[in-house]
Design a protein around this ligand. Structure first.
Ligand SMILES: Cc1cc2nc3c(=O)[nH]c(=O)nc-3n(C[C@H](O)[C@H](O)[C@H](O)COP(=O)(O)OP(=O)(O)OC[C@H]3O[C@@H](n4cnc5c(N)ncnc54)[C@H](O)[C@@H]3O)c2cc1C
Length: 325
């Protein structure tokens, strides 16, 4: 399967629609907007970074009989969107300006503008931080190796996570640092097999499987991390950098910096066509904290939002589905 996933090499920056998140919601929205002839870019930080991507088996997606992994299902969805012209970029969105016209999306690998933005980032965001994390953010704690790795040349750092994203960031760090302690909270990594192999066999990486990050220690900069492996005593590992890619169960909205109204639990608020309070900005899927979190629901919302985008950009009065050329 040859997906058009360009890592940080997207030179085309102006789109009709930028979709942030390529899970079932974002991938379906892309299928519909691309098919409506809207120039569409999906920015997604990693195949296994979302709820569907990390699901080992899914057996209730309509039209897909038998058991399939979430990542496999997602690849098929993305490939279908690509056949209609949607582009996918593997990148992490760090910030947005949704009030500018066009709207601006800032990712690690570039800045993109769009007439409409669909937010489909799911609900795998972290709630609680570990002790010391907030205090040492920007002083050794980072969420972006691509941005900060060069500051840690020849140093010893820690990466915590178990997804494709965490592994890719750790491998990126190996180009700069002397050693990477990789902490996976689960005994087995939930990532692409080839990436896991690359990580495990890398001479600069020490893999700590089934190990939780408990604390980031340091007076004014990161000096060490306190970790706990299942069934063992806690250990302090001296490091100067702590790169954290752990997942939780909160809507992923950190990159919005409060530009959109949200509920008390941080869930984005939309109208019946999935438009937020800002015209041209839509939100779909688990980031809305739907009562029923299912891939088919996120996909359906993606379809509705995409049709609403098409209606708005083509100045129609009603949603239309008959775009076949
Ligand atoms: C363990 C588990 C099992 C499940 N089993 C089933 C099942 O059997 N059947 C079913 O229908 N549903 C199942 N679900 C629920 C289903 O997976 C979700 O409801 C669905 O995936 C939500 O889709 P989404 O597109 O909203 O978000 P997600 O699938 O979470 O996708 C969000 C995407 O956004 C990307 N992203 C996040 N932040 C950024 C950023 N800053 N920049 C760029 N990209 C970003 C992520 O990489 C991810 O790909 C399961 C969920 C879990 C956790």
């Amino acid at each position: 399967m040859n997906l058009n996933f360009d890592l940080n090499s997207n030179t085309d920056t102006q789109y009709d629609v930028v979709i942030i998140g390529g899970g079932p919601g974002g991938a379906t929205a892309a299928l519909y907007t691309a098919r409506a002839d809207l120039k569409t870019l999906v920015i997604d930080k990693g195949l296994t970074a979302g709820a569907l991507g990390l699901t080992a088996k899914i057996a209730n997606y309509p039209g897909v009989a038998g058991e399939i992994s979430g990542a496999e299902l997602l690849k098929v969805m993305r490939q279908q969107a690509e056949t209609f012209g949607a582009k996918f970029a593997q990148d992490k969105v760090q910030a947005v300006d949704l009030t500018s016209e066009p709207k601006t999306v800032f990712a690690n690998g570039g800045t993109y503008t769009a007439r409409s933005v669909i937010i489909a980032t799911g609900s795998m965001g972290r709630g609680q931080r570990v002790k010391g994390e907030d205090e040492l953010l920007g002083r050794g704690v980072s969420y972006c190796a691509t941005c900060d790795a060069a500051f840690f040349r020849d140093q010893v750092v820690m990466v915590a996570g178990n997804s494709d994203e965490a592994i890719e960031e750790a491998l990126f760090l190996t180009k700069f640092v002397r050693q990477v302690h990789f902490l996976s909270p689960t005994p087995a990594l939930k990532a692409d097999a080839q990436l896991i192999e690359e990580l495990a066999s890398h001479p600069k990486v020490v893999l700590h499987a089934g190990t939780a990050l408990r604390e980031v220690i340091g007076a004014s900069r990161v000096e060490a991390v306190r970790v706990a492996q299942r069934g063992q005593l806690e250990e302090v590992i001296p490091v100067t950098g702590a790169f954290i890619y752990l997942q939780g169960g909160k809507p992923v909205t950190d990159f919005l910096s409060g530009q959109l109204p949200a509920s008390e639990s941080g869930c984005l608020i939309v109208d019946k066509e999935y438009q937020t309070a800002l015209p041209g900005v839509f939100a779909i899927g688990d980031v809305l904290c739907n009562h029923v979190k299912q891939a088919v629901i996120a996909a359906a919302e993606g379809a509705i939002a995409a049709m609403a985008v098409e209606k708005q950009l083509h100045q129609r009065k009603q949603l239309a589905v008959d775009w076949a050329k």
